[in-house]
Design a protein around this ligand. Sequence first.
Ligand code: FAD
Length: 332
Amino acid sequence: MDLNSYNNVWVIGEQRQGKIQPVTIELIGEGRKLANQLNKKLAVVIPGNNIDNLAEDLLHYGVDIVYYLKHELLENFSTQGITIAVSDLILDRKPEIVLVGATSIGRDIAPRIAGRVGTGLTADCTKLEIDLTDNKILQTRPAFGGNLMATIICPKNRPQMSTVRPGVMEKAPYTEEVKGTIEVVTPNLKPEMIHTKLVEILELKKRLVNLTDAKIIVSGGRGLKKAEGFELLRKLADKLGGEVGASRAAVDSGWIDQSHQIGQTGTTVRPTVYIACGISGAIQHLAGMSESKYIVAINKDPQAPIFKVCDYGIVGDLYDVIPEMIEWIDKK
Ligand code: FAD
């Protein structure tokens, strides 16, 4: 493999029913930094059909090229369709770096694409840097249950592929000015290549928690001691216009649904304010919230590790502190 024949940074964009997913904008933000350091171009690949507006929108995030993989077999999500279309484009255009969101869709397609193009894949990266001595990407991710961070390289194959979870990287800013171009590519897809058929799209009935976009998160841990504790947290979160998060210990205790879990095996968040109530601050929890702008910790143990990372710490019983906070907000 001639490594020097590979060029540019690509983001594999994700759209669901014509809506671009936030992780794509986050990866564009990160991709831009990498492309600038390498002095290379940044491209976004967006598979779909009848999403011309979306391809145009992507140009407003400062990308140089949008590869619009347009095909009627890509109208709805198709594992095989996207895998084949993206892999063929990679083999043809040879990008140096490919970033994919570690969403259910990204986790489905990224390893298949890596397998088809014959390269490695580092999953769930939390940090990406360029080693300027040989332009290799240093991909950092938690290892051994989150107890240490491993930095992984892909020395012999190209492209260098990473997945990154939603909420980890900062979004690219929207600009009125557009410099890039759209290239419409028609993938060589035939119905017999797709072995699954979409029968029906079902709407999820239960309320989905949107932790990734929340500006304020009130999060509860084992210190709540019972499921009802989350009702108190919900009250505070509602007053602040925020969402409710949880530690894994609270989820494992069956007090709240797993969709609320924050941390290494839950969602990664970066809200403006994160209020950790009865959470000790285990490394696996911190992995999902340490990028919050302001961390407030309420814990009755002054030695709890969460106090080492918080901006404001309150030593006390959460069942005393939170009602007081609510009362104070009501008075205001
Ligand atoms: P504890 O560590 O038990 O802390 C409870 C805290 O509540 C204590 O500090 C205590 O002082 C305080 N407290 C008790 N009563 C009160 C009160 N009345 N008022 C105020 N404070 C009180 N964890 C996650 O959260 N997210 C993950 O994604 C995650 N992934 C993991 C992945 C792996 C591979 C592994 C091995 C572990 C993972 N964990 C994860 C688990 C993690 O290691 C911790 O066990 C977990 O975060 C602890 O949750 P906690 O802080 O709620 O509970």
